[in-house]
Design a protein around this ligand. Structure first.
Ligand code: ACM
Ligand code: ZN
Length: 440
């Protein structure tokens, strides 16, 4: 008796295979497992012969996600589809699509054509590491975006694979690309540039200008017309408040609302977006900074700085998705930086990912039920090519999949490690480019 809609049983007899599940998604995951069993037997025995077995399987967490930043570097539609295939193969069920940021706006919005005409183009890109004191640039234009018909096709493709897409529209920070297109939405009025380097920028949406809220409501209305899923990600991370402190419109809004700190203005901003999404029958999700905005409890907190913030959010009653940079940032180095292609920093080898536990430090059962699961994040400042993304994702995604699907302590790292050469062969059969080094 499988009650989890994503769970299934497979009974391989000598003359037939029985599969049971309580919902389509369970059958889908049963077939993913059969596919893997067949590939494994192809590797071991050079035939599609599956040994008799009985499998009872269901996921540990309802949210198993992978993220991809397409603002810093844009990837073709076919690659996005492959990415969704790989997500489904590892039995993940969410794709968090980071569509907008300082370095490029990547989603067509019919009402605001300048977003893509201006905001999807950067004329040059910083070369080498962001912290290098002598900046160099390559003078190639980087541009492009996904048309609405392409987005619809991708959503359909993902739906067929039981993958829900969460679009992310960043606000009130990480929006230089918007401000380049529509400078009247900033505190200073511009001019602004689509960013040609990485980092955190001071210019934000002006929180004291009603045109900003009208603009964001229009954009979100088009976004929800495309994306049928309930969750809409609004970013909310890394927003310095200096511009708001210097801006007459922001100051006048604070004065009329009786606020004395810019943090409170951020909270008002996020509340307004919350109510726009509520009106559109959607649920707000944002990076963990939004916990400080004191939103209604149905807002979902996506934790990136450290898991303790998630524990606090869960105790308060928010649903939480854990994606701590310590274990889940696949833009970090996976081996000694000296011997690796350039990356943003950090150190998150395969074993570290394998040690991830979304519910670590949660003592009370009530709070634990608010931990929906976890996600791997792929920020692409240092991944200009699709092969870079593959090298950073594989095989770390497999370690994460183990953590999000299987019971805790189901396998040791040494079990996982001994299966790695088979996994690599599987990736080779599937044409996936993976990172390979001596992990021990
Ligand atoms: C983030 O890494 N700024 C969410
Ligand atoms: Zn302002």
């Amino acid at each position: 008796a499988i009650l989890n809609p994503e769970g299934y049983t497979i009974h391989v007899h000598s003359d037939r295979i029985d599969i049971s599940a309580s919902a389509c998604s369970g059958f889908f995951y049963a077939f993913q497992s059969l596919r893997q069993l067949m590939i494994r037997s192809l590797i071991d025995q050079r035939s599609y012969h599956i040994t008799c077995c009985y499998i009872v399987d269901e996921p540990r967490f309802p949210y198993r996600g992978m993220h991809l930043d397409v603002s810093r570097h844009l990837y073709p539609v076919d690659f996005i589809k492959s990415y969704i295939d790989w997500i489904a193969l590892h039995k993940f069920n969410f794709f968090h699509w980071h569509l907008t940021d300082d370095q490029g706006w990547r989603i067509e919005i019919k009402k605001y054509p300048e977003l893509t005409r201006v905001g999807s183009k950067r004329i040059r890109t910083r070369r080498g590491h962001q912290n290098n004191p002598n900046p160099e640039f390559n003078d190639e234009e980087h541009n492009g975006f996904y048309r609405q018909d392409e987005i619809r096709e991708i959503i359909r493709y993902a739906g067929d694979r039981h993958v829900q897409i969460i679009p992310e529209i960043e606000m009130p920070g990480h929006c230089q690309a918007v401000l380049a297109a529509y400078p009247h939405l900033s505190c200073t009025g511009g001019p602004h540039q689509v960013a040609d380097h990485w980092g955190v920028f001071e210019d934000l949406f002006c929180a004291g200008n009603n045109k900003v809220y009208n603009f964001l409501e229009d954009v979100l209305s088009e976004v929800i017309e495309l994306f049928p899923g309930k969750l809409i990600h609004i970013g909310g991370d890394e927003c310095p408040k200096r511009r708001w402190k210097d801006c007459p419109k922001c100051q006048s809004r604070m004065h009329s609302d009786g606020l004395d700190r810019a943090d409170q203005l951020k909270s008002c901003f996020t509340h307004r977006i919350y109510h726009i999404l509520e009106k559109l029958n959607r649920r707000l999700i944002g990076w963990d900074e939004i916990l400080e905005d004191d939103l209604p409890l149905d807002a979902v907190i996506m934790v990136w700085r450290n898991q303790d913030i998630g524990v606090k959010a869960a105790r308060k009653g928010h649903d939480v998705i854990m994606t701590p940079s310590s274990h889940c940032y696949f833009d970090h180095y996976q081996a000694d930086p000296q011997s690796e292609p350039l990356a943003i920093g950090g150190f998150t080898p395969l074993e570290k990912v394998f040690q991830f536990d979304p519910t670590s430090n949660i003592m009370d059962v009530d709070a634990a039920t608010h931990i929906l699961g976890g996600q791997g994040n792929v920020w692409t400042e240092y991944m200009p090519d699709t092969s870079d993304v593959e090298r950073m994702v594989f095989p770390r995604i497999a370690a994460l999949a183990e953590r999000l699907w299987s019971p805790l302590n189901h396998r040791t790292y040494s079990d996982f490690y001994s299966a790695l050469s088979n996994l690599q062969k599987q990736y080779e059969i599937m044409g996936i480019r993976y990172y390979c080094a001596d992990y021990l």
